[in-house]
Ligand binder design. Structure first.
Ligand code: DAH
Length: 350
Protein backbone atom coordinates (compact mmCIF):
# COMPACT_ATOMS: atom_id res chain seq x y z
CA UNK A 1 0.00 0.00 0.00
CA UNK A 2 1.40 3.42 -0.97
CA UNK A 3 1.84 6.05 1.72
CA UNK A 4 -1.19 7.88 0.27
CA UNK A 5 -3.45 4.84 0.32
CA UNK A 6 -2.51 4.17 3.94
CA UNK A 7 -3.38 7.76 4.84
CA UNK A 8 -6.86 7.23 3.34
CA UNK A 9 -7.40 4.00 5.23
CA UNK A 10 -6.09 5.32 8.53
CA UNK A 11 -8.30 8.45 8.11
CA UNK A 12 -11.32 6.21 7.48
CA UNK A 13 -10.48 4.18 10.58
CA UNK A 14 -9.97 7.30 12.73
CA UNK A 15 -13.23 8.84 11.51
CA UNK A 16 -15.13 5.61 12.12
CA UNK A 17 -13.73 5.50 15.66
CA UNK A 18 -14.99 9.03 16.39
CA UNK A 19 -18.32 8.63 18.16
CA UNK A 20 -19.16 12.33 18.61
CA UNK A 21 -18.89 15.40 16.34
CA UNK A 22 -16.12 16.75 18.63
CA UNK A 23 -14.08 13.52 18.33
CA UNK A 24 -14.56 13.71 14.58
CA UNK A 25 -13.21 17.26 14.40
CA UNK A 26 -10.12 16.16 16.38
CA UNK A 27 -9.62 13.24 14.00
CA UNK A 28 -9.97 15.58 11.02
CA UNK A 29 -7.15 17.77 12.38
CA UNK A 30 -4.79 14.76 12.29
CA UNK A 31 -5.12 14.65 8.50
CA UNK A 32 -6.32 18.00 7.22
CA UNK A 33 -5.29 20.37 10.03
CA UNK A 34 -2.32 22.75 9.90
CA UNK A 35 0.01 20.04 11.10
CA UNK A 36 -2.04 17.21 9.61
CA UNK A 37 -0.52 14.40 7.60
CA UNK A 38 -1.79 15.68 4.24
CA UNK A 39 -0.71 19.24 4.95
CA UNK A 40 2.77 17.95 5.81
CA UNK A 41 2.88 16.06 2.49
CA UNK A 42 1.97 19.24 0.59
CA UNK A 43 4.71 21.14 2.36
CA UNK A 44 7.16 18.37 1.39
CA UNK A 45 6.45 19.03 -2.32
CA UNK A 46 8.55 22.18 -2.26
CA UNK A 47 11.64 20.06 -2.70
CA UNK A 48 10.35 18.31 -5.83
CA UNK A 49 10.98 19.11 -9.51
CA UNK A 50 8.16 20.65 -11.51
CA UNK A 51 7.24 17.37 -13.20
CA UNK A 52 7.25 15.50 -9.95
CA UNK A 53 5.17 18.27 -8.40
CA UNK A 54 2.47 17.68 -11.04
CA UNK A 55 2.07 13.97 -10.53
CA UNK A 56 2.63 14.05 -6.79
CA UNK A 57 0.29 17.03 -6.42
CA UNK A 58 -2.49 15.29 -8.38
CA UNK A 59 -2.07 12.13 -6.28
CA UNK A 60 -2.18 14.07 -3.01
CA UNK A 61 -5.32 15.85 -4.24
CA UNK A 62 -7.07 12.55 -4.95
CA UNK A 63 -6.07 11.42 -1.47
CA UNK A 64 -7.32 14.64 0.06
CA UNK A 65 -10.68 14.27 -1.72
CA UNK A 66 -10.97 10.70 -0.48
CA UNK A 67 -10.25 11.84 3.12
CA UNK A 68 -12.74 14.68 2.80
CA UNK A 69 -15.39 12.34 1.41
CA UNK A 70 -14.84 9.98 4.34
CA UNK A 71 -15.15 12.93 6.71
CA UNK A 72 -18.41 14.16 5.16
CA UNK A 73 -19.88 10.67 5.23
CA UNK A 74 -18.98 10.24 8.89
CA UNK A 75 -20.38 13.69 9.76
CA UNK A 76 -23.63 12.73 8.09
CA UNK A 77 -23.71 9.36 9.86
CA UNK A 78 -23.16 11.00 13.27
CA UNK A 79 -25.84 13.62 12.57
CA UNK A 80 -28.27 10.88 11.48
CA UNK A 81 -27.55 8.89 14.64
CA UNK A 82 -28.08 11.98 16.80
CA UNK A 83 -31.42 12.70 15.13
CA UNK A 84 -32.47 9.08 15.52
CA UNK A 85 -31.61 9.22 19.22
CA UNK A 86 -33.58 12.42 19.69
CA UNK A 87 -36.63 11.05 17.87
CA UNK A 88 -36.58 7.97 20.05
CA UNK A 89 -36.31 10.04 23.22
CA UNK A 90 -39.15 12.32 22.23
CA UNK A 91 -41.32 9.57 20.78
CA UNK A 92 -45.06 9.74 21.56
CA UNK A 93 -46.79 6.44 22.22
CA UNK A 94 -50.08 7.23 20.51
CA UNK A 95 -51.52 3.96 21.79
CA UNK A 96 -51.36 5.13 25.44
CA UNK A 97 -54.70 6.24 26.86
CA UNK A 98 -54.93 10.01 27.07
CA UNK A 99 -54.80 11.83 30.39
CA UNK A 100 -58.39 12.73 31.12
CA UNK A 101 -60.28 14.28 33.94
CA UNK A 102 -62.36 11.49 35.50
CA UNK A 103 -66.06 11.98 35.07
CA UNK A 104 -67.99 12.22 38.31
CA UNK A 105 -71.41 10.81 38.97
CA UNK A 106 -74.06 10.60 41.62
CA UNK A 107 -73.75 8.22 44.56
CA UNK A 108 -76.19 5.27 44.34
CA UNK A 109 -77.94 6.50 47.50
CA UNK A 110 -78.34 9.93 45.90
CA UNK A 111 -79.69 8.26 42.75
CA UNK A 112 -82.25 6.33 44.80
CA UNK A 113 -83.12 9.48 46.77
CA UNK A 114 -83.74 11.40 43.53
CA UNK A 115 -85.92 8.57 42.22
CA UNK A 116 -88.01 8.64 45.40
CA UNK A 117 -88.53 12.41 45.09
CA UNK A 118 -89.36 12.26 41.38
CA UNK A 119 -91.90 9.46 41.81
CA UNK A 120 -93.71 11.06 44.76
CA UNK A 121 -93.63 14.43 43.02
CA UNK A 122 -95.41 12.83 40.10
CA UNK A 123 -98.11 11.65 42.55
CA UNK A 124 -98.63 15.19 43.85
CA UNK A 125 -96.44 15.01 46.96
CA UNK A 126 -94.43 18.00 48.14
CA UNK A 127 -90.82 17.40 49.24
CA UNK A 128 -89.71 18.80 52.61
CA UNK A 129 -86.35 19.05 54.32
CA UNK A 130 -85.70 19.36 58.04
CA UNK A 131 -83.00 19.43 60.72
CA UNK A 132 -80.83 16.41 61.52
CA UNK A 133 -80.27 17.68 65.07
CA UNK A 134 -83.74 17.44 66.50
CA UNK A 135 -85.35 18.31 69.79
CA UNK A 136 -87.11 15.81 72.01
CA UNK A 137 -90.59 17.12 71.19
CA UNK A 138 -90.39 16.57 67.43
CA UNK A 139 -88.32 13.40 67.49
CA UNK A 140 -90.32 11.65 70.22
CA UNK A 141 -93.02 13.35 72.26
CA UNK A 142 -95.07 14.98 69.47
CA UNK A 143 -95.13 11.53 67.89
CA UNK A 144 -96.92 10.12 70.90
CA UNK A 145 -93.70 8.77 72.36
CA UNK A 146 -93.30 10.59 75.72
CA UNK A 147 -90.22 10.45 77.97
CA UNK A 148 -89.75 7.05 79.62
CA UNK A 149 -92.04 5.36 77.09
CA UNK A 150 -90.62 1.89 76.33
CA UNK A 151 -90.97 2.48 72.56
CA UNK A 152 -88.08 4.93 72.77
CA UNK A 153 -85.71 2.02 73.34
CA UNK A 154 -86.37 0.82 69.76
CA UNK A 155 -84.45 3.87 68.61
CA UNK A 156 -81.28 4.27 70.62
CA UNK A 157 -79.42 7.28 69.34
CA UNK A 158 -76.74 9.93 69.81
CA UNK A 159 -77.43 12.89 72.06
CA UNK A 160 -76.02 16.37 71.71
CA UNK A 161 -74.57 18.10 74.75
CA UNK A 162 -77.15 20.89 74.59
CA UNK A 163 -80.70 21.15 75.99
CA UNK A 164 -83.87 22.49 74.37
CA UNK A 165 -86.40 24.84 76.07
CA UNK A 166 -87.89 21.91 77.95
CA UNK A 167 -84.50 21.08 79.40
CA UNK A 168 -84.25 17.91 77.30
CA UNK A 169 -81.17 17.15 75.24
CA UNK A 170 -81.16 17.54 71.47
CA UNK A 171 -80.48 14.31 69.58
CA UNK A 172 -79.48 13.24 66.11
CA UNK A 173 -82.91 12.42 64.72
CA UNK A 174 -83.61 8.70 64.84
CA UNK A 175 -86.07 8.79 61.95
CA UNK A 176 -87.61 11.23 59.49
CA UNK A 177 -90.95 11.05 61.35
CA UNK A 178 -90.33 14.40 63.15
CA UNK A 179 -90.99 15.95 59.74
CA UNK A 180 -94.61 14.81 60.04
CA UNK A 181 -95.37 17.21 62.88
CA UNK A 182 -92.93 19.88 61.70
CA UNK A 183 -94.46 20.03 58.24
CA UNK A 184 -98.08 19.63 59.38
CA UNK A 185 -97.80 22.39 62.00
CA UNK A 186 -96.42 24.78 59.37
CA UNK A 187 -99.11 23.71 56.90
CA UNK A 188 -101.91 24.12 59.46
CA UNK A 189 -100.65 27.58 60.41
CA UNK A 190 -100.28 28.67 56.81
CA UNK A 191 -103.80 27.53 55.97
CA UNK A 192 -105.45 28.42 59.33
CA UNK A 193 -108.03 30.70 57.76
CA UNK A 194 -108.93 28.12 55.12
CA UNK A 195 -109.03 25.39 57.78
CA UNK A 196 -111.52 27.44 59.79
CA UNK A 197 -114.00 27.45 56.90
CA UNK A 198 -113.31 23.83 56.00
CA UNK A 199 -111.22 24.35 52.85
CA UNK A 200 -107.71 23.58 54.05
CA UNK A 201 -105.76 21.82 51.27
CA UNK A 202 -104.63 18.27 52.06
CA UNK A 203 -101.19 17.60 53.42
CA UNK A 204 -99.29 15.43 50.99
CA UNK A 205 -95.54 15.39 51.57
CA UNK A 206 -92.45 13.27 51.67
CA UNK A 207 -89.39 14.18 53.71
CA UNK A 208 -86.19 12.38 52.78
CA UNK A 209 -82.99 12.75 54.77
CA UNK A 210 -80.26 11.41 57.02
CA UNK A 211 -81.10 9.63 60.23
CA UNK A 212 -78.98 8.17 63.05
CA UNK A 213 -79.03 5.24 65.42
CA UNK A 214 -76.59 3.24 67.51
CA UNK A 215 -76.51 0.33 65.07
CA UNK A 216 -73.79 -1.13 62.90
CA UNK A 217 -73.67 -4.33 60.84
CA UNK A 218 -74.08 -5.50 57.23
CA UNK A 219 -77.60 -4.10 57.03
CA UNK A 220 -77.40 -1.25 59.58
CA UNK A 221 -75.24 1.82 59.63
CA UNK A 222 -75.12 4.47 62.42
CA UNK A 223 -76.03 7.01 59.72
CA UNK A 224 -78.65 5.97 57.21
CA UNK A 225 -81.30 7.50 55.00
CA UNK A 226 -85.06 7.45 55.28
CA UNK A 227 -87.98 9.15 53.72
CA UNK A 228 -91.17 9.91 55.52
CA UNK A 229 -94.51 10.08 53.78
CA UNK A 230 -97.57 11.85 55.10
CA UNK A 231 -101.02 12.27 53.59
CA UNK A 232 -103.62 13.96 55.77
CA UNK A 233 -107.07 15.05 54.63
CA UNK A 234 -110.68 14.64 55.58
CA UNK A 235 -111.13 11.26 54.01
CA UNK A 236 -107.78 9.56 53.50
CA UNK A 237 -107.65 5.85 54.32
CA UNK A 238 -105.60 2.65 54.25
CA UNK A 239 -106.67 1.95 50.68
CA UNK A 240 -104.98 5.22 49.62
CA UNK A 241 -101.87 4.16 51.50
CA UNK A 242 -101.80 0.80 49.76
CA UNK A 243 -102.31 2.25 46.26
CA UNK A 244 -99.78 5.03 46.86
CA UNK A 245 -97.07 2.74 48.18
CA UNK A 246 -97.69 0.00 45.63
CA UNK A 247 -97.50 2.50 42.77
CA UNK A 248 -94.35 3.94 44.26
CA UNK A 249 -92.71 0.49 44.45
CA UNK A 250 -93.68 -0.37 40.89
CA UNK A 251 -92.17 2.87 39.63
CA UNK A 252 -89.07 2.62 41.83
CA UNK A 253 -88.25 -0.96 40.84
CA UNK A 254 -89.55 -0.50 37.27
CA UNK A 255 -91.75 -3.59 37.39
CA UNK A 256 -95.42 -4.48 37.75
CA UNK A 257 -94.30 -7.88 38.89
CA UNK A 258 -94.69 -7.30 42.62
CA UNK A 259 -97.21 -7.72 45.41
CA UNK A 260 -97.54 -5.81 48.65
CA UNK A 261 -98.79 -6.90 52.05
CA UNK A 262 -99.42 -5.19 55.37
CA UNK A 263 -98.15 -6.97 58.46
CA UNK A 264 -99.61 -5.80 61.79
CA UNK A 265 -97.05 -3.94 63.87
CA UNK A 266 -96.65 -1.29 66.52
CA UNK A 267 -95.51 2.32 66.30
CA UNK A 268 -96.51 4.89 68.91
CA UNK A 269 -97.44 7.44 66.23
CA UNK A 270 -99.87 5.27 64.26
CA UNK A 271 -102.94 3.24 65.10
CA UNK A 272 -103.38 0.77 63.53
CA UNK A 273 -99.76 0.25 62.46
CA UNK A 274 -98.34 -2.04 59.81
CA UNK A 275 -95.05 -3.05 58.30
CA UNK A 276 -95.15 -2.99 54.51
CA UNK A 277 -93.59 -6.01 52.79
CA UNK A 278 -93.19 -6.48 49.06
CA UNK A 279 -92.42 -9.60 47.03
CA UNK A 280 -91.23 -9.80 43.44
CA UNK A 281 -92.62 -12.62 41.34
CA UNK A 282 -89.52 -12.88 39.17
CA UNK A 283 -85.84 -12.01 39.34
CA UNK A 284 -83.19 -12.95 41.90
CA UNK A 285 -85.37 -12.01 44.91
CA UNK A 286 -88.52 -13.75 43.63
CA UNK A 287 -90.88 -15.16 46.24
CA UNK A 288 -89.28 -13.57 49.33
CA UNK A 289 -91.19 -11.06 51.43
CA UNK A 290 -89.00 -8.01 51.90
CA UNK A 291 -89.75 -5.43 54.56
CA UNK A 292 -89.61 -1.97 52.99
CA UNK A 293 -91.50 0.41 55.30
CA UNK A 294 -93.31 1.05 58.54
CA UNK A 295 -96.71 2.67 58.19
CA UNK A 296 -100.10 3.27 59.70
CA UNK A 297 -103.02 5.56 60.26
CA UNK A 298 -101.73 8.66 62.01
CA UNK A 299 -102.61 8.47 65.72
CA UNK A 300 -105.25 11.04 66.87
CA UNK A 301 -102.79 12.44 69.44
CA UNK A 302 -100.29 13.11 66.67
CA UNK A 303 -102.97 14.78 64.55
CA UNK A 304 -103.70 17.02 67.54
CA UNK A 305 -99.97 17.80 67.88
CA UNK A 306 -100.05 18.84 64.23
CA UNK A 307 -102.48 21.58 65.23
CA UNK A 308 -105.41 19.78 63.58
CA UNK A 309 -108.69 18.39 64.86
CA UNK A 310 -108.48 14.57 64.90
CA UNK A 311 -112.29 14.43 64.62
CA UNK A 312 -111.96 16.03 61.23
CA UNK A 313 -108.56 15.17 59.85
CA UNK A 314 -107.29 11.69 59.27
CA UNK A 315 -104.58 10.11 57.16
CA UNK A 316 -101.61 7.84 56.94
CA UNK A 317 -97.89 8.00 57.30
CA UNK A 318 -95.03 5.75 56.34
CA UNK A 319 -91.30 5.65 56.81
CA UNK A 320 -88.97 3.78 54.50
CA UNK A 321 -85.20 3.29 54.20
CA UNK A 322 -83.62 4.77 51.08
CA UNK A 323 -80.50 2.65 51.60
CA UNK A 324 -82.60 -0.51 51.88
CA UNK A 325 -84.44 0.36 48.65
CA UNK A 326 -81.14 1.09 46.88
CA UNK A 327 -79.75 -2.29 48.06
CA UNK A 328 -82.79 -4.08 46.63
CA UNK A 329 -82.82 -2.14 43.40
CA UNK A 330 -79.11 -2.59 42.70
CA UNK A 331 -78.68 -6.07 44.24
CA UNK A 332 -76.15 -4.91 46.86
CA UNK A 333 -75.95 -7.24 49.87
CA UNK A 334 -73.79 -5.21 52.25
CA UNK A 335 -74.91 -1.72 53.24
CA UNK A 336 -71.37 -0.76 54.25
CA UNK A 337 -70.26 -0.83 50.60
CA UNK A 338 -72.27 2.34 50.05
CA UNK A 339 -70.26 4.23 52.64
CA UNK A 340 -66.71 3.00 51.99
CA UNK A 341 -66.55 5.20 48.89
CA UNK A 342 -64.48 2.84 46.76
CA UNK A 343 -64.73 4.40 43.30
CA UNK A 344 -64.60 0.95 41.67
CA UNK A 345 -67.84 0.12 43.47
CA UNK A 346 -69.51 3.48 43.03
CA UNK A 347 -68.74 3.85 39.31
CA UNK A 348 -70.86 0.79 38.53
CA UNK A 349 -74.03 2.78 39.11
CA UNK A 350 -73.34 5.51 36.54
N1 DAH B 1 -90.26 6.03 62.03
C1 DAH B 1 -90.33 4.61 61.93
C2 DAH B 1 -88.93 4.01 62.07
O1 DAH B 1 -87.99 4.69 61.78
C3 DAH B 1 -90.91 4.19 60.62
C4 DAH B 1 -92.34 4.57 60.50
C5 DAH B 1 -93.31 3.71 60.89
C6 DAH B 1 -92.70 5.80 60.02
C7 DAH B 1 -94.64 4.04 60.77
C8 DAH B 1 -94.03 6.14 59.89
C9 DAH B 1 -94.98 5.24 60.29
O2 DAH B 1 -94.45 7.29 59.43
O3 DAH B 1 -96.31 5.59 60.15
O4 DAH B 1 -88.80 2.89 62.42
Amino acid sequence: MSDLDSIVSSAQAAFAAASTPADLENAKALFLGKAGQLTELMKGMAALSNDEKKTRGAAINVTKQAVEAALTARRQALADAELEKQLKAEALDVSLPGRQRGQGGLHPIALAWERVEAIFNSMGFDVADGPEIENDWFNFTSLNNPPNHPARSMQDTFYVDMNDEQGLPYCLRTHTSPMQTRYAVAHAKKHAAAAANGTMPEIRVIAPGRTYRVDSDATHSPMFHQFEGLWIGENVNFKDLKVTFLNFCKAFFETDDLTLRFRPSYFPFTEPSAEIDIAFSSGPLAGRWLEVAGSGQVHPSVVRNMGLDPEKYIGFAFGSGIDRLAMLRYGVNDLRLFFENDVRFLSQFQ
